[in-house]
Design a protein around this ligand. Structure first.
Ligand code: NAG
Ligand code: NAG
Length: 425
């Protein structure tokens, strides 16, 4: 998610929050807050309003309370625990015969509570693991991925997680065994589908308000994180190292030096050939990466052997009026303003990019523009490797940009309209 107008929108949110529009109570899993939201802000009894990010708060049941919808998921609860043993035997999904190589969706939740200044509350994470606390009442991210692969032709998932969660808020420390164990369940569930799996550190180039390598955490503290992750997944060819989510307001030259340090650390940890993301500033905007100097600065990053093999530009783009991904109405297909000029730059420089966040409302305008955007990417698959929608996982189907499928008691999944109309193949 991007937030180009954070302060203005935050002011609007605070105003709404103070205006006292709380006549009715929101139902379980329904939205109860967030920038631009004006519905009920108090939750029905037995649930509490939990802020997932600046744009979304949802009524979440207290631990142990199982809603009727979630109860039906318990019958298949063995899936997650058996997925690890299937990982090594899972075969890679064959690439499609035409169009972009990768299509998929973000499975969010381990990143919940992160704000754009890189402040993330470890206990604010809402893992999309249905057995997270043993009560089978969390969203079933692994089941969602299995459905997406089987029914929608998807072959890549991005798995956002906060840096704080992985090290249990100990900056520069070792990966926390318990927290990593939970996150790894999602990773193994992804690998077991045969898909590629992007490990996304969802920290906006920051830790608690301070920029990495620019007055905040040192490059050594950040590369320590990546060295440990790369060591763990070095032998998994379908792990994609998603360096950092949405850097913004950074010195791009200095930031490129930080990304170079991460690339070197990952390669030296033994992950010698996997894909690594190169994220620029301006929230990775595909429309600004050339003009803001990101493309030029990041193109200097090299593997230890001097090559740029599998170092992929990683961009985001929404289709609403301010590219914030907060509005359910879309106004552009982004082709003339972003994807066409970037395609020319990539071709000229013999490089490739992947779009790891894009999304919109399940509305006619978004269905029209999203389908046009995806068609353009498919027609330019020499430079665009793929797209990953925002978002499923722990997002409630009522979230304005929900790509979360809904499971019936029969076990059958139903996709959101934007997913079935534009993203699936
Ligand atoms: C962190 O999240 C937990 C659970 O949502 C909450 O109870 C706590 O107040 C949060 N802490 C801060 C500092 O926001
Ligand atoms: C960015 O940092 C570099 C040093 O890495 C410095 O030379 C340059 O002036 C900085 N740019 C800005 C706009 O501050």
């Amino acid at each position: 998610m991007t937030n180009n107008k954070a302060s203005r929108l935050l002011a609007a949110y605070l105003y709404l929050g103070a205006s006292g529009v709380i006549a009715q109570q929101q139902t379980t899993w329904g939205q109860c807050g967030g920038i631009g939201y004006s519905g009920p802000t108090s939750c029905t009894s037995g649930t509490s309003c939990s802020t997932l990010n600046s744009y979304y708060a949802q009524c979440i049941p207290a631990t142990g309370i199982i809603t009727s919808t979630r109860t039906t998921l318990a019958s298949t609860s063995a899936t997650t625990t058996t997925s690890a043993s299937r990982t090594t035997s899972a075969t890679s999904i064959p690439p499609p015969s035409s169009g972009v190589r990768f299509a998929g969706i973000n499975i969010a939740g381990f990143d919940f509570s992160c704000s754009t200044d890189g402040t993330c509350n470890v206990s604010g994470a809402y893992p999309p693991l249905k057995n997270y606390d043993g009560a089978n009442n969390y969203p079933d991210g692994v089941g969602q991925m299995q459905h997406f692969v089987k029914d929608d032709g998807f072959n890549i998932f991005r798995l956002p997680v906060s840096w704080q969660y992985l090290v249990n808020a100990n900056l520069g420390g070792t990966l926390d065994a318990t927290n990593l164990g939970y996150y790894d369940q999602l990773v193994q569930g992804c690998l077991a589908t045969g898909a590629y799996c992007i490990i996304d550190i969802h920290n906006y180039a920051r830790w608690n308000g301070k920029i990495i390598g620019q007055g905040g955490p040192t490059n050594a503290q950040f590369t320590s994180l990546w060295t440990q992750i790369a060591t763990k997944y070095a032998s998994e060819p379908r792990i994609w190292f998603g360096t950092m989510n949405e850097p913004h307001d950074v010195n791009i030259t200095t930031w490129a030096g930080t990304v170079q340090a991460v690339v070197t650390a990952i390669r030296n940890a033994g992950a010698t050939s996997q894909y690594i993301s190169l994220p620029g500033t301006d929230y990775q905007s595909a429309g600004q990466i050339i003009s803001d100097g990101g493309a030029a600065a990041l193109s200097a990053i090299k593997n230890p052997d001097g090559s740029t093999t599998n170092l992929i530009f990683d961009v985001h783009k929404y289709l609403d009026s301010d590219n914030s991904g907060t509005n359910s109405i879309c106004v552009t297909d982004n082709v003339d303003s972003a994807f066409a000029p970037l395609a020319t730059w990539l071709r000229t420089n013999k490089r490739q990019a992947i779009l790891t966040e894009t999304g919109g409302g399940n509305t006619p305008s978004c269905e029209q523009y999203m389908c046009q955007q995806i068609q353009y990417l498919n027609q330019n698959s020499d430079v665009y490797m793929g797209y990953v929608g925002w978002a499923a996982g722990s997002f409630d189907p009522g979230y304005p940009l929900a790509e979360t499928p809904v499971q019936a008691s029969s076990g059958a999944w139903t996709d959101q309209p934007l997913v079935s109309m534009c993203l699936a193949r």
